[in-house]
Design a protein. Structure first.
Length: 263
């Protein structure tokens, strides 16, 4: 069974019990390669007057992230972790939807590593009933400061030995990101079998992109991809251990991204 089904059931229940005109904001949290963007699109197709907002679409501009890398830590050259998003843009977008406006939905162009021009941003339906807010760390909470001391992988050990980068990421989660994630009405979490599966899924995605580009897409090789994914390992593992206790729905996936019916 697809994890889409229990999530759709949760949405239907919450929409049926809604007592105000504001859209239901569903947070969909899942690790890289889990298929969350596909599921979000399918869910949007099942419910009328719905929209999808990806955390990946509210990144800071390239120039803003480069400044962050210069002034705080070089690891911020890689987008993705808390601190590399325009939280204010996300809050403003959700506020506009909550006011019933046909709000513009931000879009980020990964091909040029920068925010897409506003002229190509789609509009959400007026008086939207559902916003699916998806991302690898949507709804995440910060770690205890003591947990940041020891590195979790070679990237942190070799490139963030003093913990400056991971402490900044954690502080961002405990600060500005709270204003964004508190807009979520129902939080859902999809949990893969283990961390090596995340790397395998992400590798499959990269291979598919390379095939689509006819071998000319500049895909990352194995070592580069492993380093890239290492940027997200700490927070992903923390999410798996901390979020299930407070999420409205947690579903475990098997190696094929289907519901793990063995549990």
């Amino acid at each position: 069974m697809s994890p889409e089904e229990p999530i759709a059931a949760l949405i239907a229940d919450r929409l049926a019990r809604r007592r105000h005109a504001k859209p239901l904001v569903l947070g969909l949290c899942a690790a890289q390669g889990s298929g969350k963007s596909t599921i979000a699109a399918r869910l949007s197709g099942r419910f009328p007057r719905s929209a999808v907002l990806s955390l990946d679409d509210i990144y800071l501009t390239q120039s803003e992230r480069r400044r962050l890398a210069r002034e705080v830590h070089p690891l911020f050259e890689t987008r993705g972790v808390p601190g590399t998003h325009d939280v204010g843009l996300g809050v403003e977008t959700i506020a506009a939807l909550s006011a019933g406006e046909p709000a513009l939905l931000p879009r980020f162009d990964k091909a040029v590593d920068d925010r897409a021009p506003m002229a190509v941003w789609p509009r959400a339906p007026r008086d939207s009933e559902l916003l699916i807010f998806e991302g690898w760390c949507v709804g995440a909470a910060p770690q205890d400061v003591e947990a940041l001391a020891a590195p979790v992988n070679l990237l942190e050990a070799n490139e963030d030995p003093d913990g400056v980068w991971r402490c900044y990421v954690n502080a961002a989660l405990g600060g500005a990101y709270r204003a964004l994630f508190e807009k979520i009405d129902a939080l859902t979490l999809m949990i893969p079998p283990n961390w090596p599966t995340v790397l395998r899924w992400r590798t499959e995605q990269e291979e598919a992109l390379q095939h689509k580009a006819g071998g000319l897409g500049g895909a990352m090789d194995g070592p580069r991809l492993a380093r890239f994914v290492s940027h997200y390992e700490r927070l992903t593992r923390h999410i798996w251990s901390e979020m299930p206790a407070r999420a409205d729905l947690s579903v475990r996936l098997d190696a094929s991204r289907s519901l793990d019916v063995s549990l």
